[in-house]
Design a protein around this ligand. Structure first.
Ligand SMILES: Nc1ncnc2c1ncn2[C@@H]1O[C@H](COP(=O)(O)OP(=O)(O)O)[C@@H](O)[C@H]1O
Ligand SMILES: [Mg+2]
Length: 450
């Protein structure tokens, strides 16, 4: 059989090395770089399964095909478990079966390698093509991403709303060994407790009213990939306990389920809150905090990297001009001055929205000040923060000034403005203000804003 196979495979154009037994095969494996191993199972001294095990430790990528003469497939199953690509029965058809399998497996391996190469090439020209920034703060963020991405460690990304936390999380995933597996984002602040838990852990039929089928949780959907827990500071105490268990034991149960499910998953969490303060106040579990704060990544607010505003603004003009198919190039000097002097409380997200709107409105070939939002244009006349914070001129003992009322007026103004800028989409308005959806909803009720 060995002789026959070597003749046939050579005729197909392969280079073939033959070994009379397992020991000789292992010697060859140690010496040569081989694509495929074909081995019998029953052999003197070393069984085919032993050879396979050795081969896989020497080269985990080797394609192995096992030949078996016996009706029982037990050992063949063992072999498959050890990573053999397939097994072939010794039958009159064996030689042809083998030729087919070898061809197929090699083709598959070639495609895989091509894919890896392609991805590598795509990755090189600009390492962070979708994250714009050349400020020193962002440069050190880039460096940190490159260092931690391959480690698989848990990462906690902090920063105000709109600073690019999700973008960074995706970049970390894309540069990790898990990049060909799913990246699943969950907003912990957007869902009520039980819904969040059933989203994360899945549920069994009948676990609660309305659970009329079994459902996989996102932890299972993201198997071998990355799960992004956004706004983790909003997670309830009960869900925190369950998440802690996932981090400690890498296992969880579906709601209403008894079976333990393995969680092979990388966790990246993000928050715009100060978690250490929340821990001190008893609003966030300390043990969970330490488990997720393994590698902290801090994104600075845009006002602390004003140098990036120009490049970001230009990037967004290009993006939206292309999207809206408009012949628009660049931003006028005056408009850029306005953009650079505005403090961007909603950070990059607010800048992106402002540019999107400007590109839509603009009728000339470049973005002019007129197309920028009122807030941005007003900023240069009277720096926004100073305007709101300055006490009125007529502050006197008898003036009947009501600080609380004054602060509430300002708060209300900001809420209305955020709603206006986000076209009434509450979730986005909340983000602009750096509030969780819950906090925002509370304020809407407080001020009776419909
Ligand atoms: N450095 C950056 N370069 C390009 N786009 C950015 C950058 N930072 C943020 N953005 C964009 O701003 C928006 C908000 O970013 P996101 O990651 O959702 O922020 P966060 O999660 O911190 O609220 C997204 O559309 C994102 O693509
Ligand atoms: Mg976000």
């Amino acid at each position: 059989m060995r002789e026959l196979l070597s003749i046939v495979l050579r005729r197909d154009g392969y280079e073939v090395l033959v070994a009379a037994d397992g020991k000789a095969a292992v010697e060859i494996l140690k010496r040569e770089r081989l694509d495929v191993l074909i081995t019998d199972i029953r052999m003197p001294e070393m069984t085919g399964v032993d050879v396979l095990r050795e081969a896989k430790t020497i080269d985990p990528g080797i394609i192995s095909i096992i030949m078996t003469a016996f009706a029982t497939t037990d050992t063949a199953v063992d072999a498959l478990r050890l990573g053999a690509a397939d097994y072939v029965h010794k039958s009159p058809n064996a030689v042809n079966d083998l030729r087919l399998r070898v061809g197929k497996e090699l083709e598959r391996k070639r495609l895989l390698q091509e894919n890896v190469l392609l991805k590598r090439q795509l990755g090189t020209p600009n390492k962070f093509s979708n994250i714009v920034g050349s400020s020193s703060a962002m440069m050190s963020v880039f460096e940190l991403i490159e260092t931690i991405a391959p480690t698989g460690s848990t990462v906690l990304i902090t920063g105000e709303s709109g600073t690019g936390k999700e973008l960074v999380a995706r970049a970390i995933h894309a540069r990790s060994a898990r990049s060909d597996r799913p990246f699943v984002a969950v907003n912990c602040g957007a869902l009520p407790d039980t819904l969040l838990e059933s989203e994360l852990f899945g549920h069994m039929r009948g676990a609660f009213t309305g659970a009329d089928t079994n459902k996989k949780g996102l932890l299972e959907v993201a198997e071998k990939g990355t799960i992004f827990l956004d706004e983790i500071g909003e997670m309830s105490a009960m869900t925190q306990v369950k998440l802690l268990r996932v981090l400690q034991e890498r296992k969880f149960r579906r709601l209403g389920g008894t079976e333990e499910v393995e969680a092979n998953i990388r966790i990246i969490a993000a928050t715009n809150r100060d978690l250490s303060k929340m821990v001190a106040a008893g609003d966030f579990r300390e043990d969970l905090f330490y488990r997720i704060n393994v590698i902290p990544v801090k994104l600075p607010p845009l006002r602390e990297r004003q140098d990036d505003v120009q490049a970001l603004a230009e990037h967004f003009v290009e993006k939206y001009a292309a999207q809206m198919k408009k012949e628009l190039h660049g931003i006028s000097g005056a408009a850029m001055t306005l953009l650079r002097s505005y403090p961007w409380p909603g950070n990059v997200r607010e800048l992106e929205n402002a540019i999107e709107r400007a590109v839509a409105l603009e009728r000339t070939p470049s973005v002019l000040s007129d197309s920028l939002p009122d807030g941005v244009r007003a900023a240069s006349a009277s720096p926004a923060s100073a305007a709101a914070a300055a006490p009125p001129e007529d502050l006197t003992l008898s003036g009947g000034f009501d600080l609380e009322q004054h602060v509430q007026d300002i708060e209300r103004e900001y809420i209305m403005e955020a709603l206006r800028r986000s076209h009434g989409v509450k979730k986005n308005a909340a983000e602009l203000l750096g509030l969780s959806f819950r906090q925002f909803r509370y304020l809407l009720k407080k001020y009776n804003i419909q």
